[in-house]
Design a protein around this ligand. Structure first.
Ligand SMILES: [Zn+2]
Length: 336
């Protein structure tokens, strides 16, 4: 777990000052927990400091600690810190527990992180990270409950890679159409792909970034050829129904949210988006609600970001949001 109480104060992993100087208790069961310091698996892979129940496993819902989870949490905590400036716009909690009964089922689970917008909208996003097996049906029930409370869900799967050779999920590859990249998506990964509107979000431990991945149907072109039966197979395209070719739609060193409602089902989901895109959306919402303070704060941040942005990135934003929105930073000929 990534947060604990000491007296009346809640400490969230990331940069706890002088962590060994006090005793901690579990916010859920109030049992004593011990602090485990941050470790490094390699130059860029940090496993976040965390807390462990002294009496063995917790007796309430909790996630099994793995280094992959510790690394993903370190990334997520860093994403909403002063390093990105997002701490101005979000409050985050870790291991937020939800317990309710829905459609005759008792649900009791924790989400790894709850990111709540400060100010007017206070949109909430439950971030769930998985490095192990999980149950997609349980996840669906949890998403229904979260959606019914107006909470968006973002699922992050730990990707297989050089640092994580035994990973269960997706291996980012730069080579194309090799046996390794063209693949069948296994059950769970496919189930959540459909749940989340045909887009999976992976954490690549090697580059310490999030990836948004779409899986396209795979097909092969072939020339006319004579089959051993004597028949001639005309030139054409052969479809492989179950095989998919992954397409990386975006990589994020740091991210803001893009909020969606899936159809059918109407579940609330969140996806990573470039921070500037998140700010432009937030500014729009702040203006619609006449929250002048927020729209001014976020407007300043947008200005700072646009200042240091490449021409190509400004052209993309001009095309997406229009020249008026970009003001003096608009790139001519790109406006939609
Ligand atoms: Zn506990």
């Amino acid at each position: 777990m990534f947060s604990a109480m000491s007296g009346e104060t809640r400490y969230i992993a990331g940069n706890i000052p002088d962590p060994k100087s006090r005793k901690y208790t579990c916010p859920t069961c109030e049992e004593e927990v011990s602090h485990v310091s941050e470790t490094r698996r390699s130059l860029n892979i940090i496993v976040s400091e965390h807390f462990r129940h002294k009496a063995g496993d917790a007796k309430h819902p909790h996630k099994r600690f793995t280094w992959q989870v510790g690394n993903m949490m370190s990334y997520l905590i860093g994403n909403f810190s002063g390093n990105t400036g997002l701490d101005q716009f979000f409050d985050v909690e870790t291991e937020r527990r939800y317990s309710a009964s829905m459609e005759g089922k008792n649900l009791d689970f924790v989400v790894d992180m709850l990111a709540t917008e400060k100010g007017l909208n206070q949109r909430k996003t439950a971030i769930i990270v998985e490095s192990d097996e999980f149950n997609a049906n349980e996840l669906l029930s949890q998403m229904h409950l979260l959606s019914s409370q107006g909470i968006y869900t973002m699922l992050v799967l730990s990707a297989k890679g050089t640092a994580n050779p035994s990973g269960k999920y997706f291996r980012p590859e730069f080579r194309r159409h090799t046996g390794e990249t063209v693949r069948k998506i296994p059950g769970n990964e496919k189930a959540v792909y459909e749940l989340f509107g045909e887009r999976n979000i992976y954490f690549d431990h090697d580059t310490q970034s999030l990836m948004a991945v779409k899986f396209n149907d795979y097909s092969e072109e072939h020339d006319e050829r004579q089959l051993s039966t004597g028949h001639v197979l005309e030139a054409g395209t052969q479809e492989f129904g179950t095989k998919k070719r992954p397409e990386t739609l975006g990589r994020f060193k740091a991210f803001g949210f893009e909020y969606k409602r899936t159809s059918p089902g109407g579940l609330l989901i969140a996806r990573p988006a470039p921070i500037v895109d998140y700010y432009l959306d937030l500014e729009k919402r702040a203006e619609a609600k006449h929250d002048d303070d927020l729209s001014e704060t976020v407007g300043e941040r947008i200005g700072i970001m646009l200042d240091s942005m490449s021409q190509g990135e400004r052209a993309r934003l001009t095309g997406k949001y229009g020249a008026e929105k970009l003001g003096g930073y608009a790139v001519a000929g790109q406006s939609s």
